[in-house]
Design a protein around this ligand. Structure first.
Ligand code: ZN
Length: 146
């Protein structure tokens, strides 16, 4: 039986954005691990001294996450993709903020009440005017749907 969904597009996009958010958080961690390893082992032969295996594994992880992000983001609508690109460039993670008691769940600034209301009921994705994250109501989509 088909689940009744009022705005499948928004929910699907939020699912994609939550996945992308996880991918980018993992990517940031992998890149930080690479930077850490380099900082502790300066010099051009760092990868030899540290063991090429570690570097290879990190490089592979970074590549895989980048591919995941690229293929996942292809499914976003063009408007959402633009917001995603902006947030990604600024490494503003997580990408999605849940609205709680009228506040943005990430930057904790009170949203205009019309905007907070639109997020709860609206058929389109809205961004926080303060941090730019895409807003969603306070129940995580993945657990509320199934
Ligand atoms: Zn915000």
């Amino acid at each position: 039986m088909e689940l009744e969904r009022e705005s499948p597009l928004v929910k699907d996009e939020i699912d994609l954005l939550l996945r992308l958010s996880d991918i980018h958080i993992s990517l940031e961690k992998a890149l930080a691990a690479v930077a850490d390893a380099r900082a502790q082992n300066p010099g051009p032969d760092a990868s030899r001294r540290m063991g090429p295996k570690l570097f290879d594994e990190l490089a592979e992880t970074v590549e895989r996450l980048r591919r995941d992000a690229a293929s996942t983001s292809q499914h976003l609508s063009s408007a959402t993709h633009r917001s995603y690109e902006g947030l990604r460039r600024q490494a503003r993670l997580p990408l999605v903020a849940f609205v709680r008691d009228g506040l943005c769940g990430e930057c904790h600034v009170r949203l205009p009440s019309a905007l907070a209301g639109a997020v709860m009921s609206g058929p389109e994705l809205r961004s926080c005017p303060f941090c730019g994250r895409l807003l969603w109501s306070n129940v995580p989509v993945s657990s509320s749907l199934r």
